[in-house]
Design a protein around this ligand. Structure first.
Ligand code: ACO
Length: 312
């Protein structure tokens, strides 16, 4: 665990600044031996155990991550091997922090068409390896973690009711890791310049996020005829409590029905929504038949919302 007090000793910042601007008090940092695939595999095992489904019954593994173990093979393939899920196809989704919502939308197509019965969607990130721990404008924001969900068939009026996927690719440079890809392969000079680390225009991302986090769920709710009072739980991407507060005011969903754990985990990118969903279910805050809305935004820029009637 890394607290704001720990960060005060690493960069020129303060607990007060971080708490006021972001709502974050502490974040989890993975051990050296842990990776996106090992954390994702642990989360996947928990999801499979909870559902009572053995790994060999998995048809597909979709892993959302921007910090996969390697460029290739995919982290989903590494997890398929670790789980012993030899009957499953496996691929990664790169949609930044919206990756889990994108993954759910893809998984639901395979389930709804009757193609597959068991699709695992995982969000897993080791952001600490792309964080520049000398840059106070970004290092206070992020943490490591993983979460997973298992999707299967259900009655047509339950499960995933609808979703929206969006992107504003023109804003791609607002949040990126510039080096290490085919555009700027890493060189000694690039490493010295910190091109391997995440860079962000915080103010512009903030404006985009506040807009996306209210407009996207509002559109999905309007299309599906869901009123704010019918929403049992809204789970936004856990990036910054100020962004969430601004968005929910405009959405009219009461704050006690908006899940937040950003104070304890920071921003875990594609892992943030499944971690929050798992906590909310574990705490008994989501019951069978409840309307649950998941909504996210992130690098790309991307945004997305998924509305569901919970089965469980
Ligand atoms: N501690 C102390 N001071 C700081 C820190 C820090 N950690 N970071 C920045 N400052 C300073 C700045 O240097 C600036 O000082 P100056 O006025 O002397 O130049 C001052 O604080 C204000 O900086 P701003 O950037 O204007 O602060 P802002 O209120 O915009 O908050 C923040 C910054 C928290 C990053 C905000 O812009 C934000 O939350 N943006 C969205 C970030 C986000 O959600 N990103 C992730 C989205 S996608 C994904 O999840 C990967």
């Amino acid at each position: 665990m890394l607290t704001n007090a720990d960060l005060e000793r690493m960069v020129d910042t303060s607990d007060e600044w971080i708490t006021e601007r972001t709502g974050i008090r502490e974040r989890r940092i993975a051990a050296d031996h842990e990776t996106a695939s090992t954390m994702g595999t642990e989360a996947a095992r928990q999801a499979l155990d909870a559902a009572g489904v053995s790994p060999d019954r998995l048809d597909l593994i979709i892993t959302a991550t921007v910090t996969g173990d390697m460029s290739f093979p995919s982290t989903a393939c590494l997890m398929q091997a670790a789980l012993g899920a030899g009957n499953a196809g496996a691929f990664d989704i790169g949609a930044g922090c919206t990756g889990f919502v994108y993954g759910l939308s893809v998984a639901s197509q395979f389930i709804e068409t009757g193609t597959y019965d068991h699709v695992l969607v995982v969000g897993t990130e080791k952001l600490s390896v792309i964080t520049n721990w000398a840059d106070r404008t970004t290092c206070v924001l992020f943490g490591d973690g993983a979460g997973a969900a298992l999707l299967g068939p259900c009655d047509p009026d339950r499960g995933i009711l609808g979703f929206e996927l969006g992107a504003e690719g023109t804003g791609g440079d607002l949040l990126c890791v510039p080096g290490g890809g085919s555009l700027r392969p890493l060189t000694h000079e690039g490493l010295d310049a910190g091109e391997q680390y995440l860079r962000m225009n915080g103010r512009e991302v903030f404006k985009f996020a506040a807009r996306a986090l209210s407009d996207s769920p509002a559109r999905v709710m309007a299309r599906l005829g869901i009123s704010p009072s019918e929403v049992a739980m809204l789970i936004p991407h856990q990036a910054n409590s100020r962004i969430t507060e601004a968005a929910i005011k405009r959405l009219n969903v009461p704050s006690e029905r908006v899940y937040s754990n950003v104070d304890r985990f920071g921003n875990t990118s594609a892992a943030s929504i499944p971690i929050a969903l798992s906590e909310a279910v574990g705490r008994g805050l989501i019951k069978d038949g409840d309307i649950v809305i998941l909504t996210g935004f992130g690098a790309g820029l991307t945004y997305g919302t998924c509305a569901m009637k919970w089965v469980g």
